[in-house]
Design a protein around this ligand. Structure first.
Ligand SMILES: Nc1ncnc2c1ncn2[C@@H]1O[C@H](COP(=O)(O)OP(=O)(O)OP(=O)(O)O)[C@@H](O)[C@H]1O
Ligand SMILES: [Mg+2]
Length: 161
């Protein structure tokens, strides 16, 4: 299984990775973003959405828990839903909000603090782990499903990063 390890020396590198991910995404993918507060989960998602053509502000969905964005991916309109489950108080909240219905073949779900969604959060196709290292970030991308492997195989990331 190919494991991708990268170093992101500055925020521009995080932005470049977000753009590369935008180019590799396909509808139906679920991505978990792991990492401490301030690790760059929202920064990466924001870069991905902007690279996918979303022109507006991308804020952390801290209180709404989920924020949908409609973007064009590979000539299809796709809803990317950005979750931040940090403040979710119980699995029931996830179920009652109808969040499980977002995890389908027509959308891409990106989830910060997925551990808070245990055990009702659907499983991911890709895990992304962000770690603060000095001034930069280390990142590890790990695919779990065929769809996830295909996405990472399409990932074109600048080799100098
Ligand atoms: N590669 C990088 N090197 C250094 N700083 C970075 C890098 N990428 C992002 N940052 C900075 O790290 C911070 C990341 O904040 P962000 O809100 O994205 O974190 P988060 O992981 O979403 O945290 P939270 O769990 O609170 O939602 C921002 O201040 C951003 O400028
Ligand atoms: Mg965040």
């Amino acid at each position: 299984m190919p494991l991708h390890h990268l170093h992101l020396p500055d925020e521009a590198a995080t932005t470049a990775l977000g753009a590369a991910l935008a180019g590799a995404l396909a509808p139906g993918l679920t991505i978990y973003l792991h990492g401490d507060l301030g690790a760059g989960k929202t920064a990466l998602t924001r870069a991905l959405l902007h690279a996918a053509g979303y022109p507006g502000r991308v804020k952390s969905p801290t209180y709404t828990l989920a924020e949908p964005y409609t973007v064009q991916l590979a000539e299809r309109m796709v809803t990317v839903i950005h979750f931040d489950l940090y403040r979710m108080s119980s699995p029931e909240e996830f179920l009652e909000a109808g969040f499980r219905e977002h995890f389908n073949e027509n959308s891409v779900c990106i989830v910060e603090w997925p551990e808070k969604g245990d055990p009702v959060l659907p499983l991911p196709d890709i895990h992304i782990y962000l770690t603060v290292t000095g001034h930069g970030r280390d990142v590890e991308l790990r695919a779990l499903s065929d769809k996830g492997h295909q996405c990472l195989a399409r990932l074109k990331f600048l080799p100098n990063l």
